[in-house]
Design a protein. Sequence first.
Lengths: 376, 534
Amino acid sequence: MNRIRAVVIPVSIAGFLALQIGLFQSDKKPVHAASALTNSTSSGAQATVPASSPTPDGIGSASYAKRCAICHGEQREGILPAFPPLIGINHQLTNDQITLLIHNGKGRMPGFASIPSEELTALLKYLDSAPAMTPALTAGPAGNRRGPQLSGEAAAGGALFLQNCAFCHGRDAMGGETGPDLTQSKLVQTDADGSKISAVVREGRIEKKMPAFQFSNQELLSLVAFIRARETAAAAMKGNRRGVDVSDLQTGNVESGKRYFNGAGGCSKCHSPTGDLAGVARRYEGLRLEERMLYPRDAKSTVAVTLPSGEKVSGTLAYRDEFTIGLRDSSGTYRSWPVENIKYTVDSPVDAHAAQFPKYTDDDIHNLMAYLQTLR
Amino acid sequence: MKFLKSALVLAAGTAFIGALTLGAGSRALLAQDLEPDQILHPAPDSWPLYHGDYSGKRHSSLTQITPGNIAGLSLVWAFQTNQLATIKSSPLLVDGILYFTVPDNVWAVDARSGHLLWHFNHTTTEGDHIGHRGVAMYKGWLYFTTPDAHLISLNAKDGTVRWDKLIADVKQGYWSTMSPLIVRNHVIAGVGGDLDNLTGYLRSFDPETGATQWQWDASPAAGTPNATTGGMTWVTGTYDPELNLIFWGTGNPTPVLNGTVRPGSDHWTCSIVAINPDTGKLAWGFQPSPHDTHDWDAVEVPVLVDADFHGQSKKMLMQASRNGYFFVLDRTNGKSLLTSPFVPANWTLGVGKNGEPIPNPDKEPKPDGRLIAPDEGGATNYRSPSFDPKTGLFIVDARASYSLYFAKPADGAYGWAGADYGVWGKGMIEAIDYQTGKIRWSHEVGPYGSGAGVLTTDSGLTISGDSTGSVLALDTSDGKTLWHAGTGGPMQSSPITYELDGRQYIVTSSGGVLFSWALPPGAHTSEHPVKHTH
C-alpha cells in the first residue's frame, strides 16, 4: 500500500492543487491571486469575448476546446464543484506539472498520453494566456458590478467560507452536511444590503445548531460578496440546477393526497383546506411547503400552570427543559417556575406531526404535497 | 454556586493526601512525562488519552462522588478560552496538568486551580475548522492535529514546537480534527475530508522523529473505476493489547449521497476495522452501513468490553452507530453477536446473516425525496458513549429524527452530490442492555438532541448533558436526575474524571469554557452530604 501511494501522491497533489485555484485562491498569495484576476478584468474586457477569437494561438485554443472545455468550461472557468477552473493555473503549477497531469490524468480526468508535442506546447501556452472574462465565482452579482474591488472581496469571503461555513453549507454554498443551500435561501434572496446575512452569522441560529461567528465588518462584507457570487453562479446553471427545485416535487397524485388528508393522514382533524390552509400554496412552495407540511417548526404550544397557591396561569409555551417551565401570557409578559413547585400541562398540537413520521410512505408524502399545492 | 478560595483548596488538598489511600498506580513524578505503561494502566490521577483508557468505555473506578452525595457537587473553577470556537475536545490529564484544544489552539491548565500555564496558537488559513477533539501525549511530548492536516509535536512543558509533519494534503481537501492514538511507539493519526472524493486513511508516525511508519487506506485511490472513495478516520480508535489490534470506525463513502457511481458495499467506508498497530495491516472489517448514501459515518467509538455474552465469556466490541443500529461484535474475529436498532431506523430491508443491515435501495436519496430515519446528524455522533460494567448498560447520547434526502443527476457525482433536510429530532440519553439490545431506560434531553458525551463511574453515576446547556448527573441504574447545573450552552464534548490530592473532579465544557466540579472539601467524608449552596 505504501509503495503504491508513493507514486500516486505527487500526481494527486498536482491534480487537486488545480482544483483549489480560482475556487478560493491560494492562501500563500491571496492578494496576488485576487489581483491577477482583477487585472484581467480591467485590462481584458468587460464584455464577453468568444473563446476562440482573441487568443494568439489557434492550435492551443482549438486543442483546449476539443479536449478540455467539456469539463473545465469554454472559458476555463470550471464547472464547480466537480471540475476546477484553469484560469491562473500557471500561478499554481509548473508546465512540467501540468504536462504530467495532461499525460496521466487524475481522478476522473482522463490522461491524454498521445497528445502530439506540438499541440501540447500550444495548449500550455494557451493555458498561460489571460482569460477572456472574469470567472463567475469571483465576480460580483451580475448587474451590480462595483469594479475590480468586488472580485477580491468575494475571493476573500470564499477563503473564510471554506474554513468556517463549507462543512455545513457546502464548499459552493449550495448545501451540504446539515446546512441549507444558501443560493436558494429566502433570507439571502431578500437581503438587499447583506444585513440579514450578517446578523445570522454574528448571532448564529442556536435552535438550528448554527454557531455564532465573530467576524469583522469587512470580513462579513466579503462573506456576503462570496454568497452573492455563488447565488449568481447558481442562477446561471438554469435547467441543470442542483438542489431541490419546485419541479422536483411534482410526482404525487392529487386525489390520493386528498384521500390521505381526510383519512389515514388524520390531517383534517386539525386542518381545513378552506380554513387555515386556504391559499397555503400561494404562501409557500416547493421544499419550504413540504418541510412545513411535515413539521411546522414555528408552531406554538400552550401551557396551563397551577401555582402552589392554586392560582392558574396560562399562555404560550416560551421555555421548557427538565427543570424550568416558562410562558408568555396574553399581555406578553414572560413568567417561569421551577417545575417541582408547580403543576402544569402542555398542549402541543404539533406533536401529531411527529407521531405521523413512522406511518408515512414516501408516496403518501408526495401525494399529500400534490394535494396541498392545489390549495392556492 | 459556591466558589472556593484557593487557600482553602490548598489546605484541604494537603489534609486529604494523608487521609486517603490512593490506587497503586499513583505516581509522584514532578516532570510532565507519560510512559507507554502509564497509558496502558492509567492511574486514578490521570486521564492520559482521549478515551481515558484504551477500552473506550469512558468509565471510571472512582467512587468519591456518589448518588448519595452528588447534591453537594460544586464548581471548583471555570477556564475561559475567550474564543467563540466550541470546545469539542476531551482534555488529557497528566501530572496535574490538563491539555485541551479547539482548532489551531492548545491550552495547558493547572488542574487544581484552573489557571493557564501556556497557550499554543498556530493560526491556519486553510482546512476545515469544524472542531477539534484534543491532543495525544507520549513521554514529554504532545501531538496536535491541525485543520490543514499537519501533525505537530509540542513540548508538554512549554508548548514549543519540536516538529511538524504532514498527515495529508489540505489542497486536496483533507483536514484533521482528531486526537491521535498512542500505541507504544506509534502515533496513529486520522483524517477528515468528505467535501471531495478522497481516500480516507490512518497514518502511523514515529513519536520521536515524526517519520511515517505505515499507512492504511480505507478505500481505493480516487479515480478507480466503479470504486468508492471516503472512509475518513476522524474519531480516535481503541486498542486491545492482548490481541495487539487497534479498532477504528471509518466515515462515509464519497460521493456522499449519490451511490450510483460506487456500486457494491464500498469497503471499508462506514466500517469498523481491526488493524495491527505495528504493521498497519487489516485483520478484519465489519460494515455497519454497507453502501451508505446518508452520510452515516461509522466512526463512533468502538467500545471494548470483556464480559459474558449469553453465557459465554467474550472479548466484545460495541458500537452505537450513527445509522441507528447498536452492534456487538466478537473482536477477535469481527463476527456479529448482536445487531439491534436503538432509535427509529427506516432505511433497511432487514439485517443480513453477517449482522450487517441491508440497505433498502428505495430509501437512497431520490429526485422527489425520501423520508429517512435517522437524519444525517444521526442517531448519535462523535461524542463518546460509556459502558457501565456493573449494570451491563451501554449508555449513549441518542437522537430520534426524520429528514428528507434528495439526489438527482444534476447533483453530480462529486462531494456531497445531493441535498438533505432534517425535519424533526429529539434527544435522549439511552441505556442499552448489550445482551439484548433492549433500551433499559431513556432520559429525554430536549428537542433536536444534546450532543453531550457520557461518562459513568463505579459509584453508579452517569454524567452527560441536555440540549439547553445543563450538565446532568443521572443514576446509572434508572436514569433519574440526581444533580444538574446550567452552563449556558450544550456540552459538545465528553466528560472526564480523575482524582487529585484525594479529591475527585469531573471536568465538562460548554461553548469556550471548561468547568471543573468537585464536592466541597470534607463533604465526601461526612455521612450526610453538605447542603448545596446556590
